[in-house]
Design a protein around this ligand. Structure first.
Ligand code: NAD
Length: 287
């Protein structure tokens, strides 16, 4: 049986993951702003530092896995874009950076990060915001988001999850993660019935927009079903899964982008492709 850290453990999909892991006999260290083993506010640097340290202390320096589910949805609000950036991006990346040695100390540790299908189904998300968040520059991201007025939280949310998915794919394949035996992957849910979605549905205009959004199988996803995906991605069966973003969204991503992906490397990216081949060979020679 293993020791797992789960952020966002007090509600929705994080809580459903905790129930399943505990039910399977694992030890779980839950992190949340309320009702958790480690109570911390992941929207502040001090909160993130305290959360990271207290988990390491409670885990005795070895973590078999981590699930990063704490997150804020695109609700309206003056400072919401900044909060989304802090919690959804830095609340994941800073914790994972602090926990990397503890994950490497375990045998075949697994990490699941909650992204979202908003990564591919929200149009016109500014690339500048995604890049700033991917680099951890919240000030720069918020500066651009401020120009977007009322749409800022929606774009902040999609950008935060896209930056996170990129961060996962970038790091998953490096010596510090794949090379240290850690499997790092992301899950990209569609609309799942949790308090986060309920909060969005409480605003009539937002509820109309969500209900009109294309979901080919219809309805909303179930938190416990998503938790089952997480548990699978934490299991030995996922040993060969690395840097993947797994969409569980009732078909919305496929509806919008059926032929965008998978796609062969186009001629204009051939130089980058051969460069990556060389880099990989050089890296293998070094290790
Ligand atoms: P939820 O609101 O039920 O749970 C989120 C949890 O994060 C809560 O327990 C909350 O207290 C915690 N949290 C929020 N701010 C925090 C902070 N500053 N510090 C510490 N903890 C904080 O949401 P959920 O729907 O279960 O979402 C889980 C994850 O899945 C989130 O990252 C969300 O963005 C993502 N997601 C949700 C949906 C959906 O439709 N529900 C879709 C795609 C992705």
């Amino acid at each position: 049986m293993g020791t797992y850290a789960v952020t966002g453990s007090a509600s929705g999909m994080g809580a459903a993951v905790v129930d399943r892991l505990v039910g399977d006999g694992h030890r779980v260290i839950g992190i949340d702003i309320q009702q958790a083993d480690v109570t911390a506010d992941l929207s502040t640097p001090a909160g993130r530092r305290a959360a990271a340290a207290r988990v390491l202390e409670q885990a005795g320096g070895v973590l078999d896995g981590a699930v990063l589910a704490a997150g804020l949805g695109p609700a309206p609000g003056r400072d919401r874009a900044r909060l989304i950036a802090e919690v959804n991006v830095l609340g994941v990346t800073e914790l994972l950076e602090a926990w990397q040695p503890a994950l490497a100390a375990a045998d075949r540790a697994k990490v699941v990060v909650f992204a979202s299908n908003s990564t591919t189904t929200v149009p016109l998300v500014p690339g500048r915001v995604v890049r700033a968040l991917r680099d951890g520059d919240v000030e720069k991201a918020v500066g651009t988001l401020r120009l977007l007025g009322k749409a800022a939280p929606t774009f902040a949310y999609a950008a935060s999850k896209t930056a996170l998915a990129h961060w996962v794919r970038r790091h998953a394949v490096t010596p510090a993660w794949a090379g240290a035996g850690i499997r790092l992957n992301a899950l990209a849910p569609g609309a799942i019935m949790t308090p986060l979605l309920e909060q969005q549905l409480a605003t009539p205009a937002e509820a109309r927009r969500i209900k009109a959004f294309p979901v080919p199988i219809g309805g909303f996803g179930d938190a416990d079903q998503l938790a089952a995906w997480v548990v699978f991605m934490l299991s030995d069966a996922a040993d060969f899964l690395c840097g993947s973003v797994v969409f569980v969204d009732g078909g919305s991503d496929a509806w919008f982008r059926a032929t965008d992906w998978p796609r062969a490397v186009p001629a204009r990216h051939l130089r980058r492709y051969t460069g990556r081949m060389k880099e990989f060979r050089a890296q293998r020679r070094r290790t």
